[in-house]
Design a protein around this ligand. Structure first.
Ligand SMILES: [Zn+2]
Length: 302
């Protein structure tokens, strides 16, 4: 399935309501199609503040991606951004009536289903890609993320948790809308059972439950079942797709992440934007059909 070469919005409006994961407050979101390519722009309706989904407005990246502008915060934007970027819908007005987006089932699947049901509409013009021409890397001890030249968008992610239920998981894929929907979009957010009390004490995850997150005890999930055997690393890739949307344009490159998270994802995006010698604009998506298929990394000894 080749990448789309025209900018896209939705065919019609979507409205979705729910509660925030961290604040547990109600929130209603309206996705409104636009007539011309204008990027993904949030509108905080109580104040009328327009907040473009851009890395320079991202802050407060502990456990979620938050956009901040003129004293207005929009928390946990990454799963909606991931669904939109994964399905190549890059031009939309996103009206939000509270400060945290609904967590829904903890994955991007409810957004994906709603977007596909509403339909996707092509806009005039050509889609412009940011094509990586030189490596960019962010490193913090043995956690790191980097991007390298690649003819397409390929993601490679490794997580390594010191509990047997999670352990080391790795996955790699070349992203297309269809693969996004099948392989990443349904993966739910997760945490460790041992972290839950600490999170709550800090006023985080107040809306969290087994209905919207996978909670891992040492020997397995507290939830009845997993959606994928390696659901956790897939969710990290889902988050990465959402955070890469903060570039403001689709990326052509290989992105490799090792034990990273929102802060490192966004640091990479900011580093790419800050160094135009590492990338160039192109209107060509990858020339061939996707050349690689699933290829789990061989686990390396720690
Ligand atoms: Zn997430």
């Amino acid at each position: 399935m080749p990448r789309c070469t025209t900018p896209q919005t939705l065919s019609r409006e979507i409205q979705i309501s729910g509660r925030g994961l961290h604040g547990n407050r109600p929130c209603s979101v309206r996705l409104v199609p636009v007539a011309n390519p204008s990027g993904l722009v949030f509108v905080h309706t109580p104040t009328g503040t327009e907040i473009p989904a851009r890395a320079e407005l991202a802050g407060d990246l502990v456990l979620a991606t938050t956009l901040l502008k003129e004293g207005v915060r929009l928390q946990t934007v990454e799963h909606l951004l991931s669904a939109l970027a994964g399905l190549e819908v890059e031009h939309l007005r996103i009206e939000v009536d509270a400060e945290e987006l609904p967590i829904l089932d903890g994955s991007a699947a409810p957004w994906v289903d709603a977007i596909l049901q509403a339909g996707i509409q092509a806009l005039e013009g050509r889609r412009r890609f940011m094509k990586i021409t030189r490596p960019v890397e962010i490193r913090d001890g043995n956690r790191w993320i980097r991007t390298l030249p690649f003819d397409g968008l390929r993601l490679r992610y490794v997580i390594d948790f010191p509990i047997p239920a999670l352990g080391r998981q790795s996955r790699e894929l070349s992203l297309t809308p269809d693969k996004y929907r099948r392989e990443l979009g349904s993966a739910r957010t997760f945490c460790l059972a041992q972290e839950v009390d600490q999170l709550r004490a800090r006023g985080l995850a107040l809306g969290g439950s087994l209905e919207n997150a996978v909670v891992f005890a040492a020997d397995g999930p507290l939830n009845d079942s997993l959606r994928y055997e390696d659901e956790a690393v897939r969710h990290k890739m889902l988050d990465l797709v959402g955070d890469l949307a903060l570039l403001g344009a689709p990326l052509l490159g290989l992105v490799e992440a090792h034990a990273a998270g929102h802060a490192m994802h966004v640091a990479l995006v900011k580093a790419i934007l800050a160094d135009p010698s590492c990338w160039e604009w192109t209107e060509e998506a990858e020339s061939a059909e996707v050349r690689f298929f699933f290829q789990p990394l061989v686990a390396q000894p720690a």
